[in-house]
Structures are given as structure tokens and as C-alpha cells.
Design a protein around this ligand. Structure first.
Ligand SMILES: NC(=O)c1ccc[n+]([C@@H]2O[C@H](COP(=O)([O-])OP(=O)(O)OC[C@H]3O[C@@H](n4cnc5c(N)ncnc54)[C@H](OP(=O)(O)O)[C@@H]3O)[C@@H](O)[C@H]2O)c1
Length: 304
């Protein structure tokens, strides 16, 4: 099969589109014909990208662990999915990813995708959807009537978080650079704070920070007593009178199913910044590396 691979740890410049062995469906796995894939900023910098679960070098590596496609084979003992199912999800970072024609993944990391949701939308949704869901609801206990600040509201994760929070009945304050204002407003913020010009000096029940750095450092002071600061970029500072949480997103079939159903019914819209054909993956990674915000999707099949 054709795949995008990188032969030694380093940046996107090392990505090559080449012939690679077709993976197989092991115990509990499915083989997926990839239709669309996406990736997360910095994934080539993470130590987990380069080793297997035993810590052994596993280069050459296929990146991109956010996938949408069709099941073509089912491994021994695999339950819950069948050949022909349209599926999407977030796959194990210690294994080869989805920047390829085929991907072998654990079935439990994938969910069935409704017919009306495109593979491009699903690939863009998998990681931001799970991350935003777990930040707002699993860690942040967001509910109707509460207030939430989403830092990076025009980004891949932030724009989904804004939509989920708004749908829940929360009051949503989004912050980002001025260039992301329109995306944040389209996602549904009640208030937008342009971080190029101001800092949000109010208080909120929940602060969800997707930016990190100075924005994260200043966020503890924004949390109301009894509230929560949730960070996904780095461990946050302590919150006086509240909680501070850092977490790594986990695959979850039930949450994927709920997220896809919301897209099907129009309650949620994954925002796709750009699409690239699979052979052009290096350019896609370079664009993200150079700071293009939002989700970039690789198309392995030109069907959406
Ligand atoms: N812990 C986890 O499980 C987990 C899961 C998913 C993602 N992440 C991490 O979360 C971060 C966000 O991911 P993403 O996919 O949403 O990225 P993204 O699409 O690039 O969005 C980040 C947003 O924040 C903005 N931003 C960055 N620095 C800023 C600053 N100093 N001031 C104001 N706005 C700023 C970006 O604008 P500009 O591009 O213009 O700077 C962009 O709109 C990444 O670091 C990613 O690795 C962690």
C-alpha cells in the first residue's frame, strides 16, 4: 500500500509518501481502508510517537491517529464491528497511524459513523470532539447555567468545545487571536475576547485552556471559587479555592457515537480548515507546524 512515513525522529520535513507493508488485523483489531485522516499539532514531537508500548524503537512511523474509513477485515476475537462498517475514531499513538491507505486499529477505539456524516468531517471531529467532551463534561462538570471560558476558541479543539458548551446551555466566553474571531463567533461564543488586545478579566465557573504558556499561567485567577481550570497543553498552576486538571484524551466509543449523532442531527459541526490529498501530507504537516489553526484533513480517498 501507499503510506506517509518518517524514518527517524524529527519534524515534518522528514515525511515521505512511499510504498509500505499493508498492516493486518490482529486480536481485537479491525483493518480499515482509510478515507480521511487528521493529526494534532506537535504529534511528531511526542516521545510516544517513536516507540511501541514496550519502549522499543518502531521507526519508520506512520503519523496521524485521527481516522475515518471503512472496515475491510476483522481480527480474531474482535466484537462490535463488521466488514463494511463506516467507522471513525482516535487510535493508539504507539502504533502506526492513518496517513496511509490502510490502518490496523483496536476496534474499541472506533465507533460506527452514520451514513450522512462525511469521512472528512469525522476525521476532523474525532480528537477535538473527544478532547472537548472530556474537558467540559468528564473533568469540568459543565452544566446549563454555568459559565465557561474557552481559550483558543477558534482552534480545532476550541471550536468544538464552544459548540458543545453552548448546546449544553452554558454561557460561553471564547478567547483567541483576532484572526480567529470569525471562527469563534461561528462556533457560537456569547462573548469573544481578542487576546491580541485584551485579557479576560472576569470570572467563570470553568476555564478550558487549549493554548498553554502565558494564557494558562494567567488562567487560575479567572476561576470562580469552587470552579475548575482544565488544561490540555501542560499541567496547570494551582487554583486557589478550586480545582486544576491536566489530562490526555482517551478513546471512548460511547462518546464518539454521541458526537457523531450530534453531527448527523445538525447540533455540532466539525470545522475543517483545509484538506490535502494523502500524497501531499508533508505540506499539510508543515502548514500546521507553521501555525495554521484549526483541523487539517488528509484525504486518502477522494469521495467527500
Ligand atoms: N492533552 C490532550 O489530550 C490534547 C488533545 C488534543 C490537543 N492537545 C493540544 O492542545 C493544543 C490545541 O490543539 P488544537 O488542535 O486545538 O490546535 P489549534 O487548532 O492550532 O488551535 C489552537 C488555537 O489557539 C490559538 N493560540 C495559540 N497560541 C495563542 C496565544 N498565545 N494567544 C492566543 N491564541 C493562541 C491558536 O491561534 P494561532 O494558531 O494563530 O496561534 C489557535 O486558534 C495543542 O497544543 C495540542 O497538542 C492536547
Amino acid at each position: 500500500m501507499k503510506a506517509v512515513r518518517i524514518h527517524q525522529p524529527g519534524g515534518p520535513e522528514g515525511l515521505v509518501y512511499e510504498e509500505a507493508p499493508e498492516p493486518y488485523a490482529g486480536v481485537g483489531d479491525v483493518l480499515v481502508r482509510v478515507h480521511a485522516a487528521s493529526f494534532t499539532p506537535g504529534e511528531l514531537d511526542w516521545p510516544v510517537t517513536w516507540v511501541d508500548r514496550g519502549g522499543r524503537d518502531r521507526t519508520p512511523v506512520v503519523p496521524a491517529h485521527e481516522v475515518s474509513g471503512v472496515v475491510t477485515a476483522v481480527g480474531y476475537g474482535t466484537t462490535g464491528l463488521r466488514v463494511g462498517d463506516r467507522v471513525y475514531g482516535l487510535t493508539d499513538r504507539h502504533r502506526d497511524g492513518a496517513a496511509a491507505e490502510y490502518l490496523s486499529a483496536e476496534a474499541r477505539d472506533l465507533a460506527v459513523l452514520p451514513d450522512t456524516v462525511t469521512h472528512v468531517a469525522a476525521a476532523a471531529l474525532a480528537m477535538p470532539g473527544l478532547t472537548a467532551w472530556q474537558a467540559l463534561f468528564s473533568h469540568g462538570q459543565l452544566a446549563a447555567g454555568r459559565s465557561v471560558v474557552v481559550h483558543g476558541a477558534g482552534g480545532g479543539v476550541g471550536s468544538v468545545a464552544v459548540q458543545l458548551a453552548r448546546d449544553t446551555g452554558a454561557h460561553v466566553i471564547g478567547t483567541d487571536r483576532s484572526s480567529q474571531r470569525e471562527v469563534a463567533i461561528e462556533a457560537g461564543v456569547h462573548e469573544f475576547v481578542d487576546l491580541d488586545r485584551h485579557w479576560f478579566d472576569g470570572r467563570a465557573d470553568l476555564v478550558f485552556d487549549t493554548v498553554g504558556g502565558d494564557v494558562l499561567a494567567r488562567s487560575a485567577a479567572v476561576v470562580r471559587p469552587g470552579g475548575t481550570l482544565v488544561s490540555i497543553s501542560a499541567p496547570p498552576p494551582a487554583v486557589s479555592g478550586g480545582r486544576a486538571v491536566y489530562f490526555i484524551v482517551e478513546p471512548d466509543r460511547a462518546q464518539l457515537t454521541e458526537l457523531a449523532d450530534r453531527v448527523r442531527t445538525g447540533r455540532l459541526r466539525p470545522m475543517v480548515e483545509a484538506t490535502y490529498a494523502l500524497p501531499d501530507a508533508r505540506q499539510a504537516f508543515l502548514a500546521k507546524h507553521n501555525g495554521v489553526p484549526g483541523k487539517i484533513v488528509l484525504k486518502a480517498v477522494d469521495d467527500d
